[in-house]
Design a protein around this ligand. Structure first.
Ligand code: 8YV
Length: 321
């Protein structure tokens, strides 16, 4: 069962190997019936960051053996239910790390150097009519804070090091084998950051972890970059802080209610808004698709899964995507 259209190559390859059910082809009001009618045959679900597998879907599929997510984030998969039912889960770690980290640094530079706004300045003819563009903020050498020092957080840190940034981080526990400074308190980290990157997994603990207090600690010169999940940030507070100039800027790839983006942000020139494209390169999406296919094949052939997530055993690990 493919929960939504996610990648042409993946869909084509899946349909060569398996009988494929396309959930989105049924109108929303008919989906329950569609699932009920086909439940006996459905042994695997392929979901993504838009639609995973919640407890209702899992309960409705008595023959379900595996959920292979076309994403690293598993916030839309009910891992407790999977554990209870003995359902296997896989995701797509590592292959997307570079792209998401590249984009995070891109968003920071874009926001601080106002690349998108400056581009609009040229296109609108303002350079000719109003003269040179305003001065912007430097990124190199700044204090970078990273929320979640997992695979993606570490890749952001490595890149920021090359820009001579100071790297500090917050996570549930201090990470061994890094020279980066650990802050056990997120507010303190924000107070000591020029740019704060959100790169942790979304769980009950990290929902709205970026709240008004953290935003105010980052302050009127600080920049927030979110390449994690929208609900990490209290979006209403973020919008308010940006409008009231209590926060310097924001580079966002994710939002609380995608694809809805608060329209108040559209008129602000200190924000850069991307449509959840962190892993969106041809190369990475192909690698993610190959992992989904490889995991499903391994499952069917009773071979070891390529990227298994043992529900909850690995929560600490996926805490830090
Ligand atoms: C999406 C992502 O999965 O990996 C994740 O957790 O959010 C992205 O890679 C991708 O956009 C497909 O929906």
């Amino acid at each position: 069962l493919l929960t939504g259209p996610m990648d042409d190559y993946l869909e084509a390859e899946l349909s060569l190997r398996f009988k494929l059910f396309r959930l989105w082809e049924s109108p929303p009001e008919e989906r329950e019936g569609f699932i009920r009618d086909n439940a006996a045959e459905i042994r695997a679900v392929v979901g993504n960051s838009k639609m995973g597998a919640n407890a209702d879907l899992i309960e409705a599929l008595p023959g379900l053996e595996i959920i292979a997510s076309f994403s690293v984030g598993l916030d839309l998969v009910d891992l407790n239910k999977c554990r209870e039912k003995g359902i296997r889960v896989t995701n797509t770690p590592d292959v997307l790390t570079d792209d998401v980290a590249d984009l995070a640094i891109g968003l920071a530079i874009c926001t601080m150097r106002r690349i998108c706004d400056a581009d609009r300045y040229v296109r609108s003819g303002s350079w000719k009519s109003k003269g040179d563009y305003r001065l912007t903020s430097k990124f190199s050498g700044k204090r970078v804070g990273i929320l979640g020092l997992g695979r993606i957080g570490l890749a952001i840190a490595k890149r920021a090091e090359a820009f001579n940034c100071t790297i500090n981080y917050y996570s549930r526990s201090e990470k061994p084998n890094t020279n980066y400074q650990y802050y056990p308190n997120l507010i303190k980290l924000a107070e000591n950051s020029d740019v704060l990157f959100v790169a942790c997994a979304l769980t009950d603990d990290t929902h709205h972890i970026i709240n008004r207090e953290v935003i105010d600690a980052l302050g009127p010169k600080g920049v927030l970059v979110n390449v994690g999940r929208g609900p990490h940030v209290d979006e209403k507070e973020l919008v308010k802080a940006l409008i009231e100039n209590r926060l310097g800027g924001a580079g966002l790839d994710v939002y609380e209610h995608e694809p809805h983006v608060p329209e108040e942000l559209f008129v602000l020139d200190n924000v850069v808004l991307l449509p959840h494209v962190g892993s969106g390169t041809v190369e990475t999406r192909k690698a993610m698709a190959d992992l989904v296919l490889g995991n499903l094949e391994a499952h069917v052939l009773k071979k070891p899964l390529l990227t298994p997530v043992t529900p909850l055993q690995d929560l600490d690990d996926i805490q830090n995507i």
